[in-house]
Write a protein that binds this ligand. Structure first.
Ligand code: C2O
Ligand code: CU
Length: 578
């Protein structure tokens, strides 16, 4: 828009008029501007908890820079790799309609960007507004390479809730004193569980409840009697989090960049890969107190975990009579117990789509293809002459329908687009478990997974119902599953084994929540529906990075439709090579 300023006024007026008349002919989604960003992937010294790390960063920032755009805008983000590691960046939750080449998961939609190379991610934000985030999508580099991606509504379009006084992104992360690449490489060698994090962070800051950390505290400065929109993002590697602010109520208004029916809660639960917008009404008058906001994990697995608590401070500005904030009473929120699955269930049940005229819930009512996937942990045999640290001397693995996904060495999307899938992947991913068993009962004796690069191939516009069933093979555990390229509707959820005869009758096909990441309850199941209206190769995986590393991932190929507007665009010229 800045270029307009250089034009003579009369000319600009005429230009604007013709611009407006052109725009009225175009579909709404075509109206928007192009925004340019540059991401220099660099090493950067960062100190937390008195440990200094030379970590991989974007533009020397930790967490990385904020991207702010509007619905309908086009983003051109040039990523230049100056570090020894391969890199790729994923725009988590962006639909990427026909622009799958810009999605970012390494070896799925692109080969990684090698040292000294660059790639321009080019995509348009269509029909989405809200909070998302971006993160590295290779190995465990997303532990330090992440940042908010904020999509404002189109200019002049209001939120379906009162306009907040201020908007504040708050991104949760995990800090490891050690190098995370070393941690996961070692774990994959030994077959054991990887070391856990040393702290959780809010906007990169662990806060006062850790040693040597008080100065690294996120402070939210507020005025009395105002409404704040907190854009909460869970970018932690391996932990679902409870979050609460002492003596304040939160009103949930959006998840995963889709508005929901507002509801109030003291505490929210947010899984890695999920975002939650909440409204915070501050107290009408200056309180003689400050308030901690804390987050700590919701844990359902058997393994070790980081059970520490990150805290930030909610501080009311400009106290009267020159009172210092350190002299004020400090209130602390009470979070649910670590394994509070009933809180988790009640919380997720409250999430409903707006499902009104302006924001309809287009839930597929007629289903073309049904899938039943088990998700959970398992084992691989220890390699010859090795000693392994997984269960009973094996190696930890994880799988979907007992297939532990083997990453190819070239990108799936290229293989698909150029008709060269042979030797890269096979299209025979099982639509249900090959050997059914009591998924949530006593674990079977044989915990071994199979390994392969198997995909599901879908025709364009197939309506899909997918039930994901947790297994108790190595202990029932919550798995936040993330699907690339689509939003889906969460139509049902339950505990125990899914019953195809009884459970579908209870599905919510009216106002189910629409999102891109959903937790499969520990020892339970979740049913989702989506329309496969986006041609490409789309990754689906647990957003607990350790489970992804162990193979809890698979991919869908959606074929082109007949119309030109239903086809994947050709790859950009600078698409990285493997
Ligand atoms: Cu947020 Cu496949 O990732
Ligand atoms: Cu998982």
């Amino acid at each position: 828009m800045g270029a307009f300023l250089l034009l003579p006024k009369a000319f600009m007026g005429a230009f604007l008029l013709s611009f407006i008349s052109i725009c009225s002919l175009l579909p709404q989604s075509a109206v928007g501007i192009t925004r340019h960003y540059k991401f220099d992937i660099k090493l950067q010294n960062v100190t937390r908890l008195c440990h200094t790390k030379n970590l991989v960063s974007v533009n020397g920032k930790f967490p990385g820079p904020r991207i702010v755009a509007r619905e309908g805008d086009r983003l051109l983000i040039k990523v230049v790799n100056h570090v020894p590691n391969n890199i790729s960046i994923h725009w988590h939750g962006i639909r990427q309609l026909r622009s799958g080449w810009a999605d970012g998961p390494a070896y799925v939609t692109q080969c990684p960007i090698q040292t000294g190379q660059s790639y321009v991610y080019n995509y348009t934000i269509v029909g989405q507004r809200g909070t998302l985030f971006w993160h590295a999508h290779i190995s465990w580099l997303r532990s330090t390479v992440y940042g908010p991606l904020i999509i404002l509504p189109k200019r002049g379009v209001p939120y379906p809730f009162p306009k907040p006084h201020k908007e504040v992104p708050m991104i949760f992360g995990e800090w490891f004193n050690q190098d995370t690449e070393a941690i996961i490489n070692q774990a994959l060698q030994t077959g054991g569980g990887p070391n856990v994090s040393d702290a959780y962070t809010i906007n990169g800051l662990p806060g006062p409840l850790y040693n040597c950390s008080a100065k690294d505290t996120f402070k939210l400065k507020v005025n009395p009697g105002k409404t704040y929109l907190l854009r909460l993002i869970n970018a932690a590697l391996n932990d679902e989090l409870f979050f609460s602010i002492a003596n304040h109520t939160l009103k949930v208004v959006e998840v995963d960049a889709v508005y929901v029916k507002p509801f109030e809660t003291e505490t929210i639960l947010i899984s890695p890969g999920q975002t939650t917008n909440v409204l915070l009404n501050t107290k009408p008058h200056f309180p003689n107190a400050t308030f901690l906001m804390t987050a700590r994990p919701y844990v359902t697995g058997q393994g070790t975990f980081d059970n520490s608590t990150v805290a930030g401070i909610l501080e009311y500005g400009f106290p009267l009579n020159g009172i210092h904030s350190k002299d004020l009473t400090l209130f602390k929120p009470i979070l649910p117990p670590l394994n509070d699955t009933s809180f988790a269930t009640n919380f997720t049940k409250k999430l409903r789509s707006l499902a009104n005229k302006e924001f309809p819930a287009n839930v597929p009512q007629k289903i073309d293809r049904r899938f039943f996937f088990t998700v959970g942990l398992g084992t691989n045999p220890c390699k010859k002459n090795n000693t392994c640290q997984g269960p009973n001397g094996t190696m930890f693995a994880a799988s979907v329908n007992n297939v532990s996904f083997a990453m190819p060495t070239t990108a799936l999307l290229q293989a698909h687009f150029f008709g060269q899938s042979k030797g890269v992947y096979t299209p025979n991913f099982p639509i249900s478990p090959i050997i059914p068993f009591n998924y949530t009962g006593t674990p079977p004796n044989n915990t071994m997974v199979s390994n392969g690069t198997k995909l599901v191939v879908l025709d364009f516009n197939t309506s899909v119902e997918l039930v994901m069933q947790d297994t108790s093979i190595l202990g029932a555990e919550s798995h936040p599953l993330h699907l690339h390229g689509f939003n889906f509707f969460v139509v049902g959820q339950g505990f125990g084994n899914f019953d195809p005869n009884k459970d579908p009758a209870k599905f919510n096909l009216v106002d189910p929540v629409e999102r891109n990441t959903v937790a499969v309850s520990p020892g339970g199941w979740v049913a989702i529906r989506f329309l496969a209206d986006n041609p490409g190769a789309w990754f689906m995986h647990c957003h607990l990075e350790v489970h992804t590393s162990w193979g809890l991932k698979m991919a869908w190929v959606v074929l082109d439709g007949k119309e030109p507007s239903q086809k994947l665009l050709p790859p950009p010229h600078d698409l990285p090579k493997c």
